[in-house]
Design a protein around this ligand. Structure first.
Ligand code: SF4
Length: 268
């Protein structure tokens, strides 16, 4: 009897297949028919070549529901993310989390985003709604994006180190972060952001593979595989420690300047 491929194998296979299609100049993907072999990438339609990844156009998308691609590059990203999300929905690598979750929380936002916000793991609200950063901390993050940065939440992409809620919101175990890393890597490989903003210790330390405290990681740009990374405090920490808000705003203003966004002048 043939064995089913593991989720890890499937995701890797899909990404390799997508990359080879992109290199081959394929721009359009057709959803795999029902009953298709697990791990198979969507069928390719012959079409004109798309630009190299470094020059893929990045059009802001008006809303989550409008994540329909307007350009071949965006269409490619939407399809690729949907494929990985489908794998994540059935993932049981972390037995405890898979048994206790309501649903997986993949990520949300613009698949064409310049900026990815990376958090820790879904909480109770996120587990219920299937979307990252929708509770009180999420509302603060939305304020940072919309009131602070003058962007729309739908302009950026938001995801976590883990795609399942740890029971009682405990800190993710190293093995859980390792289990889920391939999905994060896949999301970043597809979106190819220019910037990542790590929200809190767990996001920063796991992404960068360091144990440096967040207080020493914040306030400067770091590099992750050619992506500019800025680390700051998690919105949930800011809710508990309002004095940290000033530091977060400093970090966000640094990020805005680096992104070429207008930074509000300091009042005298
Ligand atoms: S946290 Fe990630 S690796 Fe673990 S079960 Fe959920 S989706 Fe799978």
């Amino acid at each position: 009897m043939s064995e089913q491929p593991s989720a890890e194998h499937s995701v890797r296979a899909v990404l390799q297949r997508l990359e080879s299609l992109r290199r081959a100049g394929v721009t359009h993907l057709r959803k795999a028919p029902a009953g298709a072999e697990p791990g198979a990438a969507p069928a390719a339609l012959p079409a004109a070549s798309i630009p190299e990844s470094s020059s893929l156009p990045r059009e802001p998308m008006p809303s989550k529901s409008a994540q329909k691609a307007k350009s071949p590059a965006a269409a490619f990203r939407v399809e690729a993310l949907a494929e990985v999300e489908r794998r994540v929905a059935g993932c049981t690598r972390c037995a405890e989390l898979a048994a206790s979750r309501t649903q997986t929380v993949f990520g949300v936002g613009n698949p064409n985003a310049r900026l990815v916000f990376l958090g820790e793991a879904p909480g109770a609200d996120e587990d219920r709604q299937g979307e990252p950063f929708v509770g009180r901390a999420g509302m603060l993050l939305t304020d940072i994006i919309e009131k602070g940065m003058k962007l729309r939440r739908s302009d950026v992409y938001i995801c976590n180190i883990l795609r399942c809620r740890p029971p009682e919101n405990r800190t993710p175990l190293p093995v859980e972060a390792a289990n889920c890393r391939e999905y994060l890597d896949a999301q970043l490989a597809i979106i190819q952001p220019e910037f990542i903003c790590c929200l809190g210790t767990v996001a920063a330390q796991n992404l960068l593979g360091v144990s440096t405290p967040i207080g020493q990681l914040r306030g400067r740009f770091l590099d992750y595989q050619g992506i500019k990374v800025i680390c700051t405090y998690h919105p949930a920490y800011v809710l508990r420690n309002p004095a940290a808000k000033r530091h977060v705003w400093d970090d966000i203003q640094m990020l805005m300047a680096e992104m070429g966004l207008e930074v509000p002048k300091k009042s005298k």
